[in-house]
Design a protein around this ligand. Structure first.
Ligand code: ATP
Length: 335
């Protein structure tokens, strides 16, 4: 076997899109072993916890994780998000979210081809929150070590993908200590990459630039919460979260999941767009050094999107998830 893949099917539309991805990977005859692990809302209802220590051990010992979206109910009585728990437990510090226009998908902008690199382990996701009487406080932790690590990751990614510019997105004029430190770390790291342009942008200006002139953005590096918000905004420019993949990369482990959530409003209807999950699976194959297979999968998805005959309703089509999956498998066979 070329690799052991831990699979979390997730909640809501999770099982629908994960099963779609497994069906496609099976049709591609990939040399991978799949190990199913339970995590999320269904497990919490049954056993009072969203992820077990055995699952975390399986995830750590696998080569990669393929994860469907999981539900995190709102409010203090709820549990910590499964994705955030895994990212922190396995130190998956870099969240990589490519955002690209693909022909056939109804998009607000066509000139979009960028990557958001989001710091995944600290910031407002540090989990340090408390009530103080009628107030509530949240601690935003930013360390030099994590900031330098994510900045280096962004520049290395730019180099590998032959991209021309890295933009550090922050709010250092208001968050002088935390984002001041993040920006300083990015500036320091940028000095080691003279061949790649560097700029910084306030997060509000970045949000506007994404909408008005996204073609000016190439690699964005930013803190946890800003990255979360900007990546949904960026996905919205090119067809929405149903077509947006992501990778969570650490030193030893990596997890691939769609940007979208469990979408309870459409769960069980069989109309979830499998694109984000399939493109995440393509990123997984690339990470496992199965570059040709990764490219082939991306191409098959792109061909079906371009054709528009077998796409799901969220991007203007009439097909069911499995009809789109069948079309992608046909495409794979034809390529
Ligand atoms: P989270 O906080 O976990 O990101 P959310 O409720 O904010 O979850 P999503 O679950 O991503 O957001 O859903 C946002 C909208 O996008 C919903 O209307 C949902 O139906 C739609 N959506 C999300 N994923 C898909 C998909 N794969 N196919 C079609 N529509 C989707």
């Amino acid at each position: 076997m070329a690799g052991r893949v831990a699979v979390i099917r997730g909640d809501g539309i999770g099982p629908e899109v994960v099963d779609a991805a497994l069906k496609v990977l099976e049709a591609m005859d990939v040399d991978l072993e799949f190990i199913h692990c339970a995590a999320g809302y269904a497990l919490w209802k049954e056993r009072g916890l969203q992820i077990t220590s055995e699952t975390l051990e399986t995830l750590k010992s696998s080569d990669v994780i393929l994860k469907g979206p999981t539900i995190t109910p709102v409010g203090p009585a709820s549990y910590r998000s499964v994705a955030v728990t895994i990212r922190q437990a396995l130190n998956l510090y870099a969240n990589v979210r490519p955002v690209k226009f693909r022909e056939g998908v109804p998009a607000i902008h066509r000139q979009v081809d960028l990557v958001i690199v989001r710091e995944n382990t600290e910031g407002l996701y540090a989990g340090e929150e408390a009530y103080m009487g009628n107030s509530a406080i949240s601690t935003r932790i930013i360390t030099r070590k994590a900031s330098e690590r994510i900045a280096k990751f962004a520049f290395e990614l730019a180099k590998k993908q032959r991209r021309r510019k890295v933009t550090a997105v922050h709010k250092a004029n208001i968050l002088k200590a935390t984002d001041g430190l993040f920006l300083e770390a990015c500036r320091e790291v940028a000095k080691n990459y003279p061949e790649i342009a560097f700029e910084d942008l306030l997060v509000d200006a970045a949000a506007m630039r994404l909408v008005m002139r996204p073609q000016e953005l190439d690699v964005i590096v930013t803190t946890n919460m800003f990255g979360d918000i900007l990546s949904d905004e960026a996905a919205g420019l090119v067809g929405g979260v149903g077509v947006a993949p992501s990778a969570n990369i650490g030193e030893r482990n990596a997890m691939f999941e769609p940007v979208h959530g469990a979408a309870p409003d459409i769960a069980g209807l069989g109309i979830a767009n499998p694109t984000a999950m399939l493109l995440s699976a393509s990123m997984m194959l690339d990470y496992l050094n199965m570059r040709e297979k990764a490219k082939k999968l991306e191409k098959a998805v792109e061909n079906v999107l371009r054709d528009r005959k077998k796409t799901t309703p969220d991007i203007g089509g009439k097909a069911k998830t499995m009809e789109m999956v069948e079309a992608i498998i046909d495409e794979l066979e034809a390529l």
